[in-house]
Design a binder for this molecule. Structure first.
Ligand SMILES: Nc1ncnc2c1ncn2[C@@H]1O[C@H](COP(=O)(O)OP(=O)(O)OP(=O)(O)O)[C@@H](O)[C@H]1O
Ligand SMILES: [Mg+2]
Ligand SMILES: [Zn+2]
Length: 593
C-alpha cells in the first residue's frame, strides 16, 4: 500500500494549466482574479478526486503569490516564494485548510469566525478552505451563516463538498457555486499517458482505457489504480495486468455469457458462470459488466450506430452479431432482470444462487412478460404470439403458475426472489439448487378443452379467445364471463350475444347488466369480434361447473398434490431424519398470482 498515494500526490496539479477538464471553473476563477472581482465565498461541489482541493489551492496561490504572472490566458504562480511553498504543503497561516468532518461543531465555526477577524499576516487575502463542509452540524451552519452575511473584507471561503445537497440553501445562496464535472475517459487516458511517459513506464493503450473506465470519472482513483497495477506488474502496464490486479472482468467472459443467454443455452451459460466463480471473479462486477453489455446491445438494437459504450470496435462487431437473437422488448426485460438482480445479489447470503437464477430466467424464460395488472390494455397490445401462456390462467389450457412451497422445516432460499419485479416465467425445474423449483409442478400444456358447450365460432373467434381477451383488457369483466356456462356467439351486429348463467350466479348476471359493465362488454365485442354485440343474459339449466369453478378446483387439487410431494420430498425427509424435525405446517402460496 506504500505506493498507493504516490502518483496521485506526485502529480497533484500545481497550476491551472495542469488541471484536466473543469475548464469553466478554471476560466471563471482566473477571470475573477484578473478583473479583481473575486467572491467571498465559493462552493466547489462534485465527486471524489476530480480536482476540488487542487483547484482551491491553485486559486489560493494565484490570490496570494506576489509573483503571479499571466501566461496563455491563465495565471501562473511562482512556486518559489514562501506563500507558494506553504500553501502547497498546507502549512500557511493565511490559507487554512479545515476538515469539516472533524471540525463540525458550532464552537469550531466560532473559532473560525474569531480568527477571520484578524488581517492576514501578509498580503491581501486570508483564505479558508473547508473540506467536507456538508458534515457541519445545523448549529455550525447557523454560525457560519452569520459570518457569510457580513464577512470581513480580506476573507475568502472555499467550501468543498461531495454532497452539496446537504448544504442549507441559506448558505448556498451566499456563495458562488461550481459544480465540478467527472473527468472523462479520454481525459483520464490523456493524463495517465503523461504520467506514464514521465515515469518512463511502458504501456498498452488498451490498458489505459481499462483503468480509465474502472476509475469511474475520478482522476485520483485512476492514478491509484495505476499505482496498484505498477506495483503488481512492474514496469509494463498491460491490459492483462490491469485486469488481474484490479479484478476487472474480461469482455470475452461477459460476451460468452451473454451470447449463451441470448441463444437460450442455459447450460453453457451456467457453466461459464461456474468457471468464472471458481476462478474467483467478483460476481457483482460480473453482473455490472453484463448490464453494461446488455445496455450496449439495446442501444444498437434501437438503431444507434455509434453508441457511447466502453466497448471497442471488435467488441461492438461481436455484439452486432447477437442483435437478431432477441426482440428489443426482450432485451429491455433482460436488462431489467439484471438490474434488479444487482440489488438482490448484493444482499444475498449466497450471491451465486441469485446469479444462477438470473441466468436461467433470462436464458430460459419462455415469455418474459410484464404483469402490470392494469385494465387498460389496448386490444392491439394483447399478446398475440402466445396468448395461452400470456394470460391469466382460466382453465387447464393455460399453464398454471407453479405453486411455491414454504415448509417450516426448510427455509426457502433467497434464490427464489428474482421471481419478483415485473417478470414472469415458468419455473426452472430440475436444476437442483432451488428448493422451490424442485418442488414446483411442471406446467401442463394441453389443447384448450371446451369446458362447457356451444363452442360456436365466428370467423376464427372463439369463446375462449374472447375470455382471454377480456381477461387481459378488463380483468373484472373477464371474471364475470368465466361464470357463464352457456353461450352463443353472434354472427353480426344484428345478433344478440347470448350468455347463460346458473341461478346461483345471479349476482354476476346482474352485474353484467349494469351500465358500466355492459358498456365494457360492448367495447370488448367491438374490439374482439369487430362489431358491437348486445348481451342477452338468461338463466341456464346447465349445472356443470363454470370455468371459474374449474380453475378453482384445479388450483385446489394442485395444492394438495404439491403438499403430498413436499411431504415425500427427499429434502424434507432428510431434514426430518437429520434434525428429528416433523413437518407441522405447510404453506402453499401461489407465485405470480
Ligand atoms: N482535474 C484534475 N486534473 C488533474 N489531476 C487531477 C484532477 N483531479 C484530481 N486529480 C488528481 O487526483 C488527486 C486528488 O485530487 P483532489 O484532491 O483535487 O480531488 P478532490 O476533488 O478534492 O477529491 P476529494 O473530494 O476526495 O477531496 C490530485 O492530486 C491529482 O493527482
Ligand atoms: Mg479534496
Ligand atoms: Zn509564489
Amino acid at each position: 500500500m506504500s505506493s498507493y498515494l504516490v502518483l496521485a500526490r506526485k502529480y497533484r496539479p500545481k497550476q491551472f494549466s495542469d488541471i484536466v477538464g473543469q475548464q469553466s471553473v478554471v476560466r471563471t476563477l482566473v477571470n475573477a482574479i484578473q478583473l479583481k472581482r473575486t467572491h467571498q465565498a465559493y462552493v466547489f461541489s462534485g465527486s471524489r478526486g476530480i480536482g476540488k482541493t487542487s483547484i482551491a489551492r491553485i486559486f489560493s496561490k494565484a490570490l496570494r503569490c506576489p509573483n503571479v504572472i499571466e501566461r496563455d490566458g491563465l495565471l501562473v504562480s511562482c512556486d518559489a516564494c514562501s506563500d507558494c511553498h506553504e500553501i502547497a504543503s498546507g502549512t500557511s497561516v493565511n490559507v487554512l485548510e479545515i476538515d469539516g468532518a472533524s471540525n463540525n461543531g458550532v464552537e469550531n465555526v466560532r473559532e473560525i469566525r474569531e480568527n477571520a477577524k484578524f488581517l492576514p499576516s501578509s498580503g491581501q487575502y486570508k483564505i479558508y478552505i473547508i473540506d467536507e463542509v456538508h458534515m457541519l452540524s445545523n448549529q455550525a451552519f447557523n454560525a457560519l451563516l452569520k459570518t457569510l452575511e457580513e464577512p470581513p473584507e480580506h476573507v475568502v471561503f472555499i467550501f468543498a463538498t461531495t454532497e452539496s445537497h446537504k448544504i442549507p440553501e441559506t448558505i448556498l445562496g451566499r456563495c458562488q457555486r461550481f459544480d465540478f464535472k467527472r473527468v472523462t475517459v479520454a481525459q483520464i487516458v490523456e493524463r495517465v499517458t503523461q504520467v506514464l511517459n514521465s515515469e518512463k513506464i511502458e504501456f498498452e493503450p488498451a490498458a489505459l482505457s481499462l483503468i480509465a473506465r474502472a476509475a469511474e470519472g475520478s482522476m485520483r482513483d485512476a492514478l491509484s489504480i495505476l499505482d496498484q497495477v505498477i506495483s503488481f506488474s512492474g514496469m509494463r502496464v498491460s491490459a492483462i495486468a490491469v485486469r488481474d490486479s484490479i479484478g476487472l472482468i474480461g469482455t470475452e467472459l461477459v460476451l460468452s455469457l451473454l451470447t449463451a443467454v441470448l441463444e437460450r443455452n442455459a447450460v453453457p451459460a451456467l457453466s461459464t458462470l461456474q468457471t468464472a466463480f471458481n476462478q474467483g471473479v467478483d460476481l457483482r462486477a460480473l453482473l455490472k459488466a453484463l448490464i453494461e453489455m446488455t445496455h450496449a446491445l439495446l442501444l444498437l438494437k434501437a438503431g444507434v450506430t455509434e453508441p457511447e459504450t466502453p466497448f471497442n470496435s471488435d467488441e461492438i462487431a461481436s455484439l452486432r452479431r447477437l442483435l437478431d437473437r432477441r426482440e428489443l422488448e426482450e432485451l429491455e426485460l433482460i436488462f431489467q432482470v439484471y438490474h434488479h438482480g444487482l440489488d438482490l445479489l448484493s444482499r444475498a447470503p449466497q450471491p451465486k444462487l441469485v446469479f444462477d437464477m438470473l441466468v436461467i430466467k433470462t436464458a430460459l424464460a419462455e415469455a418474459l412478460i410484464r404483469t402490470g395488472g392494469s385494465g387498460d390494455v389496448k386490444p392491439t397490445e394483447v399478446p398475440r404470439r402466445n396468448p395461452v401462456t400470456e394470460s391469466r390462467p382460466i382453465q387447464q389450457a393455460t399453464p398454471t403458475p407453479a405453486p411455491v412451497a414454504t415448509a417450516t422445516v426448510v427455509a426457502a432460499p433467497p434464490a427464489a426472489a428474482p421471481a419478483a419485479a415485473n417478470i414472469q416465467s415458468s419455473a426452472p425445474a430440475g436444476l437442483g439448487f432451488d428448493f422451490r423449483a424442485t418442488l414446483s409442478t411442471p406446467s401442463t400444456k394441453t389443447e384448450p378443452s371446451t369446458a362447457v358447450r356451444s363452442p360456436v365460432s365466428t370467423g376464427g373467434k372463439t369463446w375462449e379467445g374472447m375470455i382471454q381477451f377480456a381477461t387481459a383488457a378488463r380483468p373484472v369483466l373477464g371474471i364475470l364471463l368465466e361464470s357463464v356456462v352457456e353461450w352463443t356467439l353472434p354472427n353480426g351486429p344484428e345478433d344478440k350475444f347470448r350468455l347463460g348463467f346458473r341461478m346461483k350466479d345471479r349476482t354476476k348476471a346482474d352485474q353484467l347488466q349494469q351500465k358500466a359493465m355492459k358498456d365494457q362488454f360492448l367495447l370488448l365485442t367491438e374490439n374482439y369480434l369487430g362489431f358491437k354485440a348486445q348481451p342477452e343474459v338468461f338463466f341456464s339449466e346447465i349445472q356443470s361447473e363454470s370455468l371459474a369453478e374449474k380453475a378453482e378446483r384445479e388450483d385446489r387439487e394442485q395444492q394438495e398434490n404439491t403438499m403430498k410431494r413436499i411431504l415425500s420430498h427427499e429434502v424434507v425427509q432428510e431434514a426430518s431424519s437429520l434434525f428429528g424435525a416433523r413437518l407441522t405446517q405447510v404453506e402453499v402460496v401461489k407465485r405470480n398470482s
